[in-house]
Each structure stands twice: as C-alpha cells, then as structure tokens.
Ligand binder design. Structure first.
Ligand SMILES: [Zn+2]
Ligand SMILES: [Zn+2]
Length: 280
C-alpha cells in the first residue's frame, strides 16, 4: 500500500488524492452511510466553485477598495473636483496604462518573466490562450491593480468597466477568428486586434517584446513597442517560445511548474538560435 502512496513512474501532481481514493476504496476503515456517488459530485463541485470564486473575488476586492478610497478621500482623483465622467475616463485609462506597464515589466524582469512565459509557451493561440495565465501572475496583477486604484483614486465604476472590458478584449485579441484586413485596420485604431496581439506570441524574441497592449492599442504606438505584422506572416509564423516546445508541456501540471523549471533539452538549444533570428 505504501507503494501506492509514494507512487511509481506515473505519479505526479494530483497523485496523492488519487492514491488515497484508491486506498479507501480497496481498504475502507468503516462502512459509509451515503457513499461516494451522491457526495462526490458536490464535494468536487465545491473545489471548482472555490477556484471560480477566487477569480471573481479578487476583482470584487478591487472594487471594494475603490469605494473605501472614495469615502476616505484617498488617491489623486478623490481630491480633485472634476466631474464623475472625466474621473471615470481617467481612471479607466490609468488602469489600462498600468496593465501595459506591468506587461512590459513581466517581460523585462527575469523573475516575473518566469511567471508570464507560461502564457507565451502555448503552441497555438486561440480564445483559450486569453485565459491561460499562471495563478501567481493573476494574483500579482490584481495587487498591482489595487495599488493603482488606491494611488489614483480610480472610481469603482471604472474598475468594474475595466475588468469587464479587459476580460472581453483579452479573449477577443487571442482568438483565432479571421477578421478582414480592411476591418482589422479600422478596429486596430481603437482596440488590440487578434492580428496585432498574435505578433506578441511569435517565437522571435523581438516580436515577443512588442505589442504589449491587451486592450487599447495606443500605448504601444506611444512608447515605440508597436509592430504591425509578424515578419513571417500570420500563416507561417511560429507561435510559442524557443523553450517548452514539447507538446507534453501543454499538460496542466506542466503549466503550473513551468516558472520553476528550465527546458534544457535539444529543442531549447535550437530555440536559442531562433531567438537570434535563426543565424548561428
Ligand atoms: Zn507577454
Ligand atoms: Zn497573449
């Protein structure tokens, strides 16, 4: 039985509950009153619900902090006599600029890049990539947003609007949905389009380090990080990173551990050449 617990070659994350479930199934200590069939769907449902709640609760906390800051007069916009619509607009723009700056920082600071690169290691890019962020990055990102809310005094309505818009635009600009080129050119003046963000998921580092915007496309143009199209074209460009190119890396447990691992295999070596434009 100990062998089951310590696990064989197949053991990994999630092995312990599985081993214990098998153990209690084959060697139960006492007879159960209700059994698994009626209890497990609910008990596992709670696990999923808790995970979803965390995703919702942290943004709610940011809104709550905006309300408290407004009541106490904390933050720049809470000491200005400007009209509500103007403060909402400024608050929204401040949050979007902060997310842009945060994204640049997550690329430039090696420790933060380790967390963020899981988002980039996806070997394809579609709507689901827009949800693929490491939990630690999500928590850090929310703390940064809360700091901006406190410092700027962002109105609660702007925080809610920003969260709703950012979730929608992030899924939109990661999607593999085809947009006619003429329409892309127009939409791109106001919003980051899928074609614009796809450049950011290129395997070439200079393309990865461009188009940091998630929502408004203006910051990239303003700060010189805008790159209109991928060099290889959208059909031929390679998506992902030079490291973690093994499809086995797409497994959930691998995603979670990627920040703490380095890919030292042959693919990483050939990837390093890609990183320098393919010229040895
Ligand atoms: Zn990025
Ligand atoms: Zn992305």
């Amino acid at each position: 039985m100990l062998k089951v617990l310590t696990g064989g070659p197949g053991s990994g994350n999630g092995a312990a509950p599985l081993a214990l479930a098998l153990w209690e199934a084959f060697a139960p200590r006492r007879a159960m009153l209700i059994g698994r069939a009626r209890r497990w769907p609910s008990n596992l449902g709670i696990l999923v619900l808790d995970a979803v709640l965390v995703r919702l609760l942290i943004p709610v906390a940011a809104v709550g902090i905006a309300v408290i800051a407004a009541q106490r007069g904390w933050g720049l916009l809470n000491i200005t006599p400007w009209p509500g619509w103007l403060e909402t607009l400024i608050g929204f723009l401040a949050l979007d600029l902060a997310i842009y700056a945060q994204h640049v920082a997550f690329h430039k600071v090696p420790l933060l890049w380790r967390l963020h690169r899981m988002h980039h290691a996806d070997l394809d890019i579609d709507v689901s990539t827009g949800l693929r962020f490491h939990p630690i990055e999500i928590i850090l990102s929310m703390l940064i947003k809360i700091a901006v809310v406190l410092l700027i005094g962002v109105p609660a309505v702007a925080v809610i609007a920003f969260e709703v818009v950012l979730n929608a635009t992030s899924m939109f600009n990661h999607s593999n949905a085809a947009l006619p080129l003429w329409l892309d050119r127009i939409v791109r003046l106001l919003l980051v389009t899928p074609d614009m963000h796809r450049v950011h998921h290129s395997v070439l580092r200079h393309e990865t380090d461009s188009n940091f915007g998630f929502n408004l496309p203006w910051w990239d143009r303003l700060f010189g990080t805008y790159r209109p199209q991928p060099e290889a074209g959208h059909d031929r460009m390679t998506i992902g990173l030079p490291i973690f190119r093994d499809p086995a890396e797409l497994r959930l447990d691998r995603l979670i551990t990627q920040p703490f691992r380095d890919d030292t295999g042959a693919t990483a070596a050939s990837g390093a050449q890609c990183r320098h434009g393919g010229n040895p």
